[in-house]
Design a protein around this ligand. Structure first.
Ligand code: CMC
Length: 456
């Protein structure tokens, strides 16, 4: 069937653009005549480079050369800002329109109607689970929430003020030493087991890191609770026999935050997961690299920076001065701007709406007023308008985490819990993609030409 027919027969049920994107093979076919004509002015030669899915194959550029002994033309793309390194069916973002979809479902619908573990299943397996599939999936994840008792010992070895993200990176990497079977990455059953382990254990490790920093005994997982309730219980259940019932509004809010952070296609940490995983290392080691990527203040560390910044601003009256400093290039406005979104981040909108429910239970976060003023001032200022800088997911999420009772250091940790399912989905897709090999970018060498060590 030619592409046009496939397209028409599907119009009734599918969004045409995503249908074409999903079904158009990269290799040119008889209906795909799109190409790029490139003339090399060094030689006068003309090249036809096929365009498919709005992309050219970078390897095609290698044909462009002055002599056969050359490597050919490279594309230079620092930070990979305009390079597609994979074909993916997991997450779709239209940054100009402010659209985010997981496996085709709009984030707004998912956040309203689903549990985080259903979303994790969707990301990893491609569809929402049936009732039976969901029971098996949650049972298996719940069954793997406990960690080896030795984990507590090396947690104890961290300094009392160690950052919990540092503890999380290390403890997730350490899990690979407990599960040598995780090296069997091309065995489906083994991959599945490691997925249960990583999704199951990451809240436990995160909560242990927090309890260690507080000098409090670790709380073991409770398998009768939902994923977000269990995390709150491991974090906040007081020592001794004290019944602890996570507030349903806070547990629901955390569930939504987990969903909103679950995947975001080829960001820094997912790229780390794919790149490190492409060496065929076990998924615990690859996930530790992804968590390290998330730790930075330009990525998952930004929500922490937003709260620190709002605390530093201290009052609404100081907002114009901060905006002035940002415009003079003296500081960044954390929680603003995004490589992909050049419009309001849809996740920020959902969080902003949810904030009232949370503050209804916890009392208003005093920083909210400053955040709202900052947003209003920035969005009416030419500097931000011209650069299309809007609030991103991190602008309001920190205020909710703080209201829930999480210290700022734990914000990126919560992000990491949520993102684990996305990382695993990206990792598995990369492994099963026959076009993927070990990641190995090229460089443009700008150092010395050959020189020799002075014999004196
Ligand atoms: N505050 C002030 N100016 C900014 C900001 C900001 N937050 N973000 C971008 N700009 C300016 C930047 O200085 C540049 O100006 P000019 O054209 O005059 O040089 C212009 O906007 C374009 O910025 P860019 O640095 O080329 O944009 P990028 O795509 O490389 O960076 C970003 C994206 C998210 C790293 C950046 O916007 C940033 O540093 N934001 C603050 C940190 C933050 O909130 N990060 C969380 C991102 S969302 C969650 C996640 O993905 O982890």
């Amino acid at each position: 069937m030619i592409a046009k027919e496939i397209f028409q027969s599907s119009l009734a049920v599918r969004d045409p653009i995503s249908f074409i994107r999903e079904n158009r093979p990269f290799e040119t076919s008889s209906v795909l005549t799109d190409s790029l004509s490139v003339k090399d002015n060094r030689t006068g030669k003309q090249y036809e480079i096929p365009i498919a899915e709005d992309a050219i194959r970078a390897a095609e550029l290698r044909k462009i050369k002055v002599s056969d002994s050359e490597l050919g033309v490279l594309s230079y793309d620092p930070s990979l800002a305009n390079t597609a390194s994979c074909r993916s069916k997991i997450t779709f973002i239209d940054g100009d329109a402010g659209i985010l979809r997981y496996r085709g479902y709009p984030i707004e619908e998912i956040a309203e109607k689903k549990e985080y573990l259903e979303v994790a299943y969707l990301l990893i397996n491609g569809e929402f689970p049936s009732k039976g599939e969901y029971e098996t999936w949650s049972k298996n994840i719940t069954y793997h929430t406990n960690v080896h008792e030795n984990v507590k010992k090396f947690m104890d070895g961290f300094h009392y003020d160690a950052h919990p993200m540092g503890m999380l990176v290390s403890s997730v990497a350490a899990l690979s030493t407990f599960y040598p079977d995780a090296k069997q990455i091309f065995q489906e059953q083994s991959r599945q087991l490691q997925i249960y382990r990583l999704v199951g254990k990451i809240p436990t490790l995160a909560a242990f890191a927090y309890r260690h920093s507080q000098g409090m005994p670790y709380n073991y997982p409770r398998n009768d609770l939902s994923y977000s309730e269990n995390f709150l219980s491991m974090m906040f259940r007081p020592p001794g026999y004290s019944p602890y019932h996570p507030d349903p509004v806070l547990a629901k809010a955390l569930n939504v935050l987990f969903i909103l952070h679950a995947d975001h296609e080829q960001n820094c940490s997912s790229t780390a997961m794919r790149v490190v995983g492409s060496s065929h290392v076990d998924p615990f080691s690859a996930a530790a690299a992804a968590i390290a990527g998330l730790y930075g203040p330009l990525h998952g560390g930004a929500n922490e920076e937003v709260v620190r910044m709002l605390e530093e601003i201290g009052s609404k009256e100081k907002v114009p001065e901060i905006i002035r400093q940002v415009k003079e290039g003296k500081r960044l406005l954390f929680g603003f701007g995004h490589r992909i979104y050049k419009n309001y981040d849809p996740r920020a909108q959902i969080i902003k709406k949810m904030a009232d429910n949370v503050f209804g239970v916890t009392g208003k976060n005093s920083l909210l007023e400053i955040a709202l003023e900052l947003e209003k001032t920035a969005l009416s200022d030419d500097y931000f308008i011209k650069r299309k800088l809007y609030p991103n997911v991190d602008f309001y999420s920190g205020l909710i985490y703080q209201a829930i009772g999480l210290p700022v250091e734990m914000f990126p940790v919560v992000f990491a819990i949520a993102r684990m399912s996305g990382w695993l989905a990206q990792w598995q897709e990369m492994l099963l993609d026959s076009e993927q090999k070990i990641a190995r970018p090229r460089q443009i060498y700008t150092g010395y030409a050959e020189r020799h060590i002075d014999s004196k």
